[in-house]
Design a protein around this ligand. Structure first.
Ligand code: HEM
Length: 426
């Protein structure tokens, strides 16, 4: 078998399947062979070139002209006619937002919409995140057992996301289902019979986004990022377009919510699996900010991202033709020995943990990264202070099969409520 550049496809490259359990459970381990022996390879099953080393991935992020982000939200598994007809019946029209917008349109839009992400603006959300984290922990602190994903880590980031965007708090369970459908639709491999159900959920999500936007247009005075976008549209209609606003309304809910929920679940799981690190942060909360970076490096919530080669180009010594689609496995870059010493080792004091590529890098680097960091830090502060004795319950972890958004579907923890520090201190 040969790749589009005429080179032979190795057996391991031919076997690469990012929807298999091996990739789902541990993406950087699944592509260890590639990092070591064949850092750029063509995957015939996916129709993508896969890139796994830190240096190559950072270089790709740095050059968003050669490596266009336009395919970042494209369906990785093209849907069949039935699902396409369902999407069309909802007038589904997800298009360019920021994350998949090319230059020269992208940067002026990013600049015009940036202010709500600056530290003074984000500071306004801190008290709410803290209050929500406390209220949710209050609900189960006396139970001795909780599924942190179902009982807190989905809903709190979703509430924060809606608040940040300025979207009224609607039916949370419905939005969770819509978000998962969007993930499967964009980065998953649903079977033909699942595709129709996913298409209905995605179509409804699109209509929901449109309705919320229409209401906001009637009164765009609120403090949310979407209202800010509507106000900016009046000054810069050619930069902040209608299509952008509708697409962003839907994509923004997912970008701000699911990524952070998964990151929180991954971080707590990882810390409880490394008891010493957990006890260190319980004893000294000033370690938490760096621990968050190390969690995002070691087990981030975005495992891989995508780019499109706009010209013939060489990556890691391999010739890639114009038009090639790239899966850049950022979670693998984060375990690259060439950049991180003893890369598989989980070290909350690691000096260069902040070099992780989970938020991307360069012109499109995640705009919400500091909001996500704030949420993760507050969750860890609250858990380490109020439930330092919690431990992981016996369980098998499952993941929604897809290339990019990654976190356990459930995270069961347990503890002895009689030993809760706040009972002792009463
Ligand atoms: C872009 C990850 C949280 C809003 C991105 C990108 C990644 C990412 C990988 C693409 C970067 C690139 O192409 O270089 C994450 C992770 C998060 C998170 C892992 C949580 C741990 C958030 C939050 C928000 C947000 C909370 C909003 C409140 C955005 C936006 C972009 C983006 C608007 C597009 C930026 C651009 O293209 O200019 N994020 N994200 N993200 N993210 Fe996040």
């Amino acid at each position: 078998m040969r790749a589009p550049n005429g080179c032979p496809v190795s057996a391991r490259a031919a076997d690469f399947d990012p929807f298999s359990d091996g990739y789902q459970q541990d993406p950087p381990d699944y592509v260890r062979w590639s990092r070591e022996q064949e850092p750029v390879f063509y995957s015939p099953q996916l129709g993508y070139w896969v890139v796994t080393r830190y240096h190559d991935i950072k270089a790709i992020f740095r050059d968003n002209i050669t490596f266009s982000p336009s395919i970042a939200l494209e369906k990785i598994t093209p849907t069949g006619p039935e699902a396409n007809a369902v999407l069309a019946s909802y007038e589904y029209g997800m298009s360019r937002t920021l994350v998949n917008e090319d230059e020269p349109a992208h940067m002026p839009r990013r600049r015009v919409l940036m202010e709500p992400f600056t530290p003074p603006e984000l500071g306004h959300h801190e008290a709410m995140v803290r209050r929500l984290a406390r209220e949710y922990v209050d609900r189960f602190i006396d139970d001795g057992r909780a599924d942190l994903v179902d009982q807190m880590l989905w809903e709190v980031p979703l509430t924060v996301a809606l608040h940040f965007l300025g979207v009224p708090e609607e039916d949370m369970d419905m939005l969770r289902q819509y978000s998962i459908a969007h993930t499967v639709n964009t980065w998953g491999r649903p079977k033909p019979e699942e595709q129709v159900a996913v298409a209905h959920a995605v179509g409804k999500f699109w209509q929901f986004a449109g309705k919320v936007l229409d209401k906001m247009r009637a009164d765009p005075s609120g403090p949310g990022w979407m209202q800010y976008g509507i106000r900016m549209q009046k000054q810069h209609p050619e930069i902040v377009t209608d299509s952008y606003l509708h697409s962003m309304m839907m994509a923004g809910i997912v970008a701000a919510h699911e990524t952070t929920a998964n990151a929180a679940a991954n971080a707590i799981k990882l810390l409880l699996q490394h008891r010493e690190a957990w006890e260190d942060i319980c004893a000294d909360p000033s370690l938490i900010p760096n621990a968050v970076e190390e969690c995002l490096r070691h087990n981030g919530s975005v495992a891989a991202w995508r780019r499109l080669a706009t010209r013939d180009v060489r990556i890691g010594g391999v010739d890639i033709p114009a038009g090639a689609k790239l899966l850049i496995v950022t979670s693998s870059a984060n375990h690259d020995e060439r950049h991180f010493n003893d890369a598989d080792f989980f070290d909350i004091r690691r000096e260069n943990a902040g070099d992780q590529l989970t938020f991307g890098f360069g012109a499109h680097q995640c705009l919400g990264k500091d909001l996500a960091r704030m949420e993760l830090q507050i969750f860890l502060e609250e858990f380490s202070r109020r439930l330092p004795h919690m431990r992981l319950a016996e369980q098998a972890f499952s993941y929604v099969p897809n290339t990019s958004f990654r976190g356990p579907e459930h995270l069961w923890v347990e503890w002895d409520p009689a030993a809760n520090p706040e009972r002792r201190d009463r």
